[in-house]
Write a protein of this length. Structure first.
Length: 231
C-alpha cells in the first residue's frame, strides 16, 4: 500500500479506534478504504456503522453471532464501494467474479439498511394497492361497508430481495356502499374473488393496513364485462 498522507492516516487510525479494531489486517483494510474513497466518505461509513450498532448490530449470515463493529464497517464498505475500487482494497474479489457479487443478508442486516434509508424519506405522489381474494366478515354502517382481507403467501420476488415477514398482513377495507352494491351479489359466489383498488395507510391502533377503496369489482364481473365487449 502506498504511504498514506499524515491526515488520512490519522483519519484511518481514528476510525479503527472508534470501532475498537486492533486486527492488523482489518486496520490495513480501513487505511485502504480511506486512501481510495477519501476521509469524508470513510467517516460517513463510520457513522453508518455506529448507527447500525446502536440498533443492535448485524448478525453473520449463519446467525451464529453478531459481527464486530469493525466487521460491520468492512461489510458496509464492500457493499457501498464501486467494484473497480473495491478490488483495489480486496484483490481476492477479482478471482471470485468479474462483477459485483450479491451477498445474502440476514434479516437484521436488511433492517439496519432500512433504518438507514428511513433517515431521509422520499415522497410518493401516487400510492395505490390492489387486493384480490375473499372478503372476511362484512360490517355495514351508514354509507360505508367494512371487511377484512389477509395475505396467505408471498409471490415469487426478484432475485436478491429480502424475504417478506413471515407474519401475514391484515387489511381493513373501507368501501362506499354505492360501490359495494355493485359487487354484493357477485361475491356471494364462493368461487368468485373480490378485487379492491385503493389507497393504503398503516393503522397503528389496529396493527393493520387500512385500505380506502377507490374501485371495487370481482373476477366474475370483470370476465362478464370482457365478454360483453367482444365483437
Amino acid at each position: 500500500m502506498d504511504t498514506l498522507p499524515d491526515d488520512l492516516k490519522a483519519t484511518a487510525a481514528d476510525i479503527a479506534r472508534q470501532l475498537g479494531e486492533t486486527n492488523p489486517v482489518a486496520v490495513e483494510q480501513i487505511e485502504l478504504i480511506v486512501q481510495h474513497i477519501g476521509a469524508e466518505a470513510a467517516l460517513a461509513l463510520l457513522q453508518e456503522t455506529l448507527a447500525a450498532e446502536a440498533q443492535g448490530g448485524m448478525m453473520l449470515p449463519d446467525n451464529t453471532r453478531r459481527r464486530t463493529p469493525g466487521g460491520v464497517y468492512l461489510y458496509l464498505a464492500k457493499g457501498r464501494i464501486p467494484y473497480p475500487v473495491r478490488v483495489l482494497i480486496w484483490p481476492y474479489l477479482k478471482t471470485q467474479a468479474h462483477k459485483p457479487q450479491v451477498d445474502l443478508l440476514s434479516p437484521e442486516e436488511w433492517l439496519a439498511l432500512a433504518t438507514e434509508a428511513l433517515q431521509q424519506a422520499g415522497e410518493a405522489t401516487t400510492v395505490k394497492i390492489t387486493l384480490i381474494g375473499r372478503p372476511g366478515r362484512i360490517v355495514e354502517k351508514a354509507d360505508v361497508v367494512l371487511t377484512t382481507m389477509q395475505d396467505t403467501k408471498a409471490p415469487t420476488l426478484p432475485k436478491g430481495l429480502p424475504a417478506p415477514p413471515a407474519e401475514p398482513t391484515t387489511y381493513v377495507v373501507y368501501i362506499a356502499r354505492k360501490q359495494w352494491l355493485k359487487v354484493a351479489q357477485a361475491i356471494q359466489d364462493p368461487d368468485d374473488k373480490l378485487i379492491v383498488e385503493g389507497y393504503p395507510a398503516f393503522e397503528k391502533r389496529l396493527g393493520a393496513v387500512a385500505v380506502f377503496a377507490t374501485n371495487v369489482t370481482t373476477k366474475a364481473l370483470q370476465a362478464a364485462q370482457r365478454r360483453a365487449q367482444e365483437p
